[in-house]
Ligand binder design. Sequence first.
Ligand SMILES: *[C@@H]1O[C@H](CO)[C@@H](O)[C@H](O)[C@H]1NC(C)=O
Ligand SMILES: *[C@@H]1O[C@H](CO)[C@@H](O)[C@H](O)[C@H]1NC(C)=O
Ligand SMILES: *[C@@H]1O[C@H](CO)[C@@H](O)[C@H](O)[C@H]1NC(C)=O
Ligand SMILES: *[C@@H]1O[C@H](CO)[C@@H](O)[C@H](O)[C@H]1NC(C)=O
Ligand SMILES: *[C@@H]1O[C@H](CO)[C@@H](O)[C@H](O)[C@H]1NC(C)=O
Ligand SMILES: *[C@@H]1O[C@H](CO)[C@@H](O)[C@H](O)[C@H]1NC(C)=O
Ligand SMILES: *[C@@H]1O[C@H](CO)[C@@H](O)[C@H](O)[C@H]1NC(C)=O
Ligand SMILES: *[C@@H]1O[C@H](CO)[C@@H](O)[C@H](O)[C@H]1NC(C)=O
Ligand SMILES: *[C@@H]1O[C@H](CO)[C@@H](O)[C@H](O)[C@H]1NC(C)=O
Ligand SMILES: *[C@H]1O[C@H](CO)[C@@H](O)[C@H](O)[C@H]1NC(C)=O
Length: 398
Amino acid sequence: MKLSIIAASALAATASAFPLSMNLFKRDYKNSTEVVTTENHLIAAYAKPYALFQPQVFIVSMFYPEADVWLDGLDFVHNITIPGLSPYYPDIHCTTNYSICQVTTGEGEINAASTITALTLSPLFDLTESYFLIAGIAGGEPNYTTTGSVTFSKYAIQVALEYQIDSSELGAEAANWTTGYYAFGTTNQQDYPGNVYGSEVFELNENLLNRAYDLASNATLDPGSNATAAFRALYPDLKASSLPGVEKCDGLTSDSYFTGNVMGDYFDYFAKLMTNGSATYCATAQEDNASLEAFVRAAKFGLVDYERIIVMRTISDFARPPPSMADDVLYFFNEAEQAGSSPAFANIFNAGLPIVTDIISNWDTLYKNGSFKADNYVGDIFGTLGGTMDFGKKEFEI
Ligand SMILES: *[C@@H]1O[C@H](CO)[C@@H](O)[C@H](O)[C@H]1NC(C)=O
Ligand SMILES: *[C@@H]1O[C@H](CO)[C@@H](O)[C@H](O)[C@H]1NC(C)=O
Ligand SMILES: *[C@@H]1O[C@H](CO)[C@@H](O)[C@H](O)[C@H]1NC(C)=O
Ligand SMILES: *[C@@H]1O[C@H](CO)[C@@H](O)[C@H](O)[C@H]1NC(C)=O
Ligand SMILES: *[C@@H]1O[C@H](CO)[C@@H](O)[C@H](O)[C@H]1NC(C)=O
Ligand SMILES: *[C@@H]1O[C@H](CO)[C@@H](O)[C@H](O)[C@H]1NC(C)=O
Ligand SMILES: *[C@@H]1O[C@H](CO)[C@@H](O)[C@H](O)[C@H]1NC(C)=O
Ligand SMILES: *[C@@H]1O[C@H](CO)[C@@H](O)[C@H](O)[C@H]1NC(C)=O
Ligand SMILES: *[C@@H]1O[C@H](CO)[C@@H](O)[C@H](O)[C@H]1NC(C)=O
Ligand SMILES: *[C@H]1O[C@H](CO)[C@@H](O)[C@H](O)[C@H]1NC(C)=O
């Protein structure tokens, strides 16, 4: 109880610094503080009775060009700085009536997890009913996407969380390994992990994904320039060489920014392995599993609704070279002009705005109560949020 008294007085001081005259999304006071004591174990789940803001949509960007499309396109007028955000991106931005807010995590897994943790624990924000749109750019698999395309993930897989030996140092026993990566707790590259850390796989609400996908499918996408089209044409794959579209397929997370066919094939294999064959890897990024880990932890204590998270990634570059550059991936990655970033940034807004608008417009009738509740399992590989997992095992060594 002492803790809550301290928190309350600190918050009262903060609250008085804010103008309260506007039509804020302020939570109804709920007495949901529970203190459960079992002998020496205190479990304190707390509500945020002094939260000032209850946004309906929270947009999560990873770096400035992903943020700028929203800051330019919507009427963000409030900047709110809270502890724990990236020093480079210290502000949350909110629209006039605080119904839509935006945060930039900074790039990579550590920045993403740290920022989302700070946000979900902030006493200023009640996020229990908020929808989160994680919207960034990604590398694309030419079989499934092209530059400028929009992808919505059901699974997020953290692929580089494995053992790794440089392939030049593998002995004869590993002559048939395709890379130097192999899963924790195994001795053989093709084996399912014996132990996990818990952030390897996350599954998201498919019904909400389908709604966002349907809305985005009606959007007009930026096709890119002639240079974009010219680079796409180097690929024999049907999707890669077509105009951008909207796809349902899954994202990988890796701090290691990999590229090329060898890594692509291996991580494609690993994504399937980790999701028991369910994931279709098409987009590679550096943050989503980290953000989702922070969201799972917050959801466990009721601070966010994990069924209200969407991961959307637009493709800024190919994750593999075209056949003509397969012998020189360094040239492909460092030098070749893909011209994909511009349509990818533009299409974050083009494809993301419809679901944002839909949530705001249909809040009372569809979204507040959660009409798009999940029928599939949602959560992590430990089953932290309950439900029956369609991947993972009953028990892992940790
Ligand atoms: C909140 O709940 C506690 C414990 O159930 C109860 O003792 C207290 O009176 C409640 N406070 C209010 C304001 O309802
Ligand atoms: C709020 O943030 C935006 C974007 O970072 C910046 O352009 C603007 O100057 C900030 N406004 C204030 C009042 O700090
Ligand atoms: C908040 O502002 C948006 C955009 O102007 C508007 O569509 C929405 O209805 C407003 N919400 C409320 C509750 O006033
Ligand atoms: C992807 O395309 C390549 C050819 O570019 C093909 O060999 C491979 O089987 C395809 N993979 C999938 C999963 O469709
Ligand atoms: C490599 O060969 C060994 C022995 O035949 C086999 O058990 C293993 O599954 C193979 N590994 C891969 C990655 O194909
Ligand atoms: C997409 O557009 C079509 C044709 O205008 C319309 O019938 C459909 O309802 C739209 N879908 C959504 C999800 O808005
Ligand atoms: C380049 O784009 C313009 C329109 O943007 C088009 O008229 C022209 O045909 C394109 N050229 C090539 C080589 O694709
Ligand atoms: C759903 O929303 C309606 C209208 O906002 C409200 O009256 C009703 O109580 C809500 N139901 C639940 C289960 O929250
Ligand atoms: C997933 O695959 C692993 C390894 O084959 C297996 O042990 C586990 O039971 C599978 N999980 C589900 C839910 O099918
Ligand atoms: C990360 O989380 C996503 C859920 O969006 C999942 O599909 C993916 O497999 C996870 N793992 C990695 C390595 O990215």
